[in-house]
Design a protein around this ligand. Structure first.
Ligand code: FES
Ligand code: FES
Length: 212
């Protein structure tokens, strides 16, 4: 038996029932994954510790009406969390730097570039993505129906961002004109330059929303 092991075993015997060695053995046995920096030993038991200035990684966010508890890194963007932690891949990442609008989602009803917002900023807030637009009975949101009616996109990579921004448009301005829609959507780019048809969609969405 090596010196180190002997010393550690001695700690096991001399300690008050719970040693670092016991804890590590337990973690290995259960296959649990922990961050050692998040735990301390106190009065013989293991307790969570929050280092000064550190950020709690477990975040609760309401996404499409459901509370989701997710482990996020301090610098993780909302787009990353949505796509790669929650599997909501309808939200696209284009430029990843606030230029194209492909990642647009609604936070408390307001459109935001999710590539440029930290998930920690939306703790306890309500996020809506394109997956959350359809009603439970399968009825499409007026904006979704407008896309189908007008066949407004070519490759459609930009579509989820445009659609989410149009959802905000019809909420904010139920009688928006084509020009007002164009201004409202100016933060979204379409690399296929399908803007004429996209504005047809917006006009149709306004019309359908007024009717519904
Ligand atoms: S991916 Fe967010 S603005 Fe382009
Ligand atoms: S339809 Fe292709 S990027 Fe907009």
């Amino acid at each position: 038996m090596g010196d180190v092991e002997q010393v550690e075993q001695q700690h096991d015997v001399e300690g008050d029932g719970f040693s670092r060695r016991t804890f590590i053995k337990g973690v290995i046995a259960t296959g649990a994954s922990v961050s050692a920096s998040s735990y301390v030993f106190k009065d013989g038991s293991v307790v969570r510790a929050q280092a000064p200035g550190s950020v709690e990684r477990l975040v609760t966010v309401t996404v499409n009406g459901q509370q989701r508890r997710v482990d996020v890194l301090p610098e993780e963007t909302l787009a990353t969390t949505l796509r790669y932690k929650l599997g909501l891949t309808g939200t696209k990442i284009g430029c990843d730097r606030s230029e194209c609008g492909a990642c647009t989602v609604l936070v408390d009803g307001v459109p935001h570039y999710s590539c440029s917002m930290l998930t920690h900023q939306v703790r306890g807030r309500s996020v809506q993505t394109i997956e959350g637009l359809e009603a439970a009975d399968g009825t499409l949101h007026p904006v979704q129906q407008a896309v189908i009616d007008e066949q407004g996109f070519q490759c459609a990579f930009c579509m989820p961002g445009f659609v989410m921004n149009m959802v905000a448009l019809v909420e904010e301005n139920p009688s928006a004109t084509r020009a007002e829609a164009a201004q409202h959507l100016s933060g979204n780019l379409c690399r296929c330059a399908d803007y004429n048809k996209i504005l047809n969609v917006a006009e149709r969405a306004v019309e359908l929303s007024r009717r519904s």
